[in-house]
Design a protein around this ligand. Structure first.
Ligand code: DX5
Ligand code: ZN
Length: 218
């Protein structure tokens, strides 16, 4: 049987007044990935959290802190996220800066490096980095906000990434982010990690049930 999906709860949809409790609860529900959406109000219209919050989260429990940087100039902040204890740092190809250098900087500190792209950006834009990254994130909404609808036309990228990985013996995990729920995940058989914010944190039957459903491969 295929490995189950790894659910990565996005804390963007969590109760920020009770972040410690929320994180402990989703981890007790059966996952250790915690997806942290970092937005700067420039690269995306929304403004969220930065490295100090990651440093605080680091103290809670041994969560795998998966940081998705939606910021214009990530190079200015990479060191801060590494110092804060990020386990993975994912960068947008549309951000400023030298991508090869930034990925190298992340990996040289023993942190996993991911790359991602907006829905409008073709996969060819990241082709040269596929051999070097630990994770490729396919955005299935326009980055910026939780609670948007899944963009079905992005699923081809997931399938193509799986094909490229097999063909070239690449090592990256394939992650999907945006509008993932108990139904849309059925189109994502070729993915490994599913980010979900509203589906998990607003599930009527609780986090445990949401995470159980999200783990099941179609
Ligand atoms: C969007 C973020 C997502 C978001 C997902 O820019 O990258 O991680 O929190 O939220 P849902 O699962 O509600 O679409
Ligand atoms: Zn995200």
């Amino acid at each position: 049987m295929a490995n189950p999906f790894i659910p990565a709860p996005s804390i963007l949809s969590a109760d920020f007044a009770n972040l410690e409790k929320e994180i402990n609860e989703v981890m007790d529900a059966g996952t250790d990935w915690i997806h942290v959406d970092v937005m700067d109000g420039h690269f995306v219209p929304n403004l969220t959290i930065g490295a100090p919050v990651v440093a605080s989260l680091r103290k809670i429990k041994k969560a795998y802190l998966d940081c998705h940087l939606m910021i214009e100039e990530p190079d200015r902040y990479i060191d801060d996220f590494i110092k804060a204890g990020a386990d993975n740092i994912t960068l947008h190809i549309e951000s400023d800066g030298n991508m090869a250098d930034m990925l190298k900087k992340i990996k040289s500190q023993g942190v996993k490096a991911g790359i991602t792209l907006r829905p409008a950006t073709p996969l060819s834009a990241i082709a040269t980095f596929l051999a070097d990254v630990d994770l490729v994130l396919v955005m299935t909404v326009n980055p910026g906000f939780g609670g948007q609808s899944f963009m079905q036309d992005q699923v081809d990228k997931v399938d193509e990434l799986k094909r490229l990985r097999e063909e070239n013996n690449y090592k990256y995990l394939i992650q999907v982010d945006g509008g993932v729920n108990g139904e849309t995940k059925n189109q994502l058989a070729n993915a490994d990690v599913l980010v979900a914010g509203s589906y998990i944190f607003k599930h009527k039957d609780g986090y445990k049930e949401a995470i159980r459903i999200l783990k099941e491969k179609p």
